[in-house]
Every structure is written in C-alpha cells, then in structure tokens.
Design a binder for this molecule. Sequence first.
Ligand code: DGL
Length: 274
Amino acid sequence: MGSLKQQAGENHKAIGVIDSGVGGLTVVREISKRLPHESIVYFGDTARMPYGPRSYEEVRGFVFEMLDFLKHQEIKMVVVACNSATAAGLSYYQESIDLPVLGVIEPGVRAALAGSHNRRIGVIGTVGTISSGEYEKALRKKNGDLHIVSKACPLFVLLVENNLVATPEAIKVAHEYLDPLVAEEIDALILGCTHYPLMSDLIQEVVGPAIKLINSAKEIAAEVEEILGGNANFNPLSCNVPRFRFFVSGNPKPFEEVGSKLLKREVKAYQVQL
Ligand code: DGL
C-alpha cells in the first residue's frame, strides 16, 4: 500500500472511492457512518459497467483512468470499492499512485472468518471475481480447514443497476444461483460484490435466516479509519464541512435515484467522459 505523504493541509482532502456503478455506495454508506467528518469523491464507471464479464487487463485499464481522474480531485487515499477491480489487480493500483489504496477482498475474508462457526463458507460475486479465485486463496491462507463453495451470479449486478430487485424474476434468478450453496450447508455467505448489499433482503429471504450474510463494507470503513488514524490524517471538524462529490461516466439519473435512496441524502452526480 502506498505511503501517505505527510504534508501540511493533507487532512482536509477527500477519500476517493471507485466502482463500476452504484455498488461502491454501499461502502460509502459505511465510511460516512463511521467517519462522518470525511469528504468523499466517488467515481462510478456506469458507462462501462458491468466489469464482471471483462478481462482483468481491461478492468485494470478502466481503474487507471479513474485513478487519473481522482488524482486531480484532492484526495488522500483510495478505496477500490469493487471486488471485480480488486481481483483484477489491486497491487497494480497500489504501485501506480503514491497514496494508500485499499481493496475489498481482504476485509471480506476477515469478516467471513469471524462470522462462520461451521467453517463452511459460500462466496458469491461476478464472473471476474469468482474465476480469479482471490477469495478462496485469501480464505485458505488464513485457515486451511475450510469448505468453500463459490458461485458467480452475473445477473445480480444488472438487477441492482436497473432497479429490478423487487421483481418475481429476481427471486427466481436468486434461487437458481443460491439453492446449490444452501445445499452445501454453508453458515456464512460472502457478498463478494459491492452491489449485492443492495439486494441483501432478497438474498437473505432466499437462503434463509440460518446463513449469515457477510458484507465487508463495515470492515472496510474500519480499515479506512485505521489508515487515516495511523497517519493522523482525519479531517479536522472545525475547519471543514464534509463534502460528497459524485461522478459517473454514463447517465447520472439512475445513479442519482439509487444513490439518494441508499445514502438517504440528495445525490447529484456529474457525467464525466474518461
Ligand atoms: N460492484 C462490483 C464488484 O464488487 C462490480 C460489478 C460489475 O460491474 O460487474 O464486483
């Protein structure tokens, strides 16, 4: 992870957060609950979403473009609030910018290990995240004695982005993806895509109450706090009011709708061509 440059006046800067779309807002929600004085600059690459089916190289290229944009936005760290982008190469991003860059897979693994009692863990994510095997590798590194079942759920992101979660089709699709995981007697299910907490009610209904859903957003927010705290880099309350700025590469309207509902504040997004 890049070092945090200690310069006078750094702490008023914002936390940069990126995702392919609205999913990363589930991470923003937790960061702003935990660190209400921090400003956030968000980029959702909605014009090129979903990232899940794309090659790792292509996704890395998109992330570099978002990082270039964020570099001009006065930021002090970056959260890659996208599992697909994290799986495509977190270390590349960390090497490319002289700021701390945090991904979402490690925090999710820690939360899952704390949440599972029978050591049978399910992982759901995009095709890119699941085929990278990054969750399995990170889980096994921490505990070699786990039964892990992974499943790509490519349609979930589209259901969320198109506001179709509360439909009978969504329930049907969720059963198709999740019933085989329930049959494996898992007791914890990692939501390995930041879009999935936006449909966690549906997922919980389909898998039943005995399976704990693992949303890594809280862990990520705690880690952001640790990084900023370790560098004495919190926003000093007295000198700045937190500001949220949202940028998207596609049509701002659907993003604003989902975002306002999720964050319970008016979300105004600006379209930017990368
Ligand atoms: N929210 C993202 C993730 O965590 C990206 C989903 C996508 O664009 O396919 O993987």
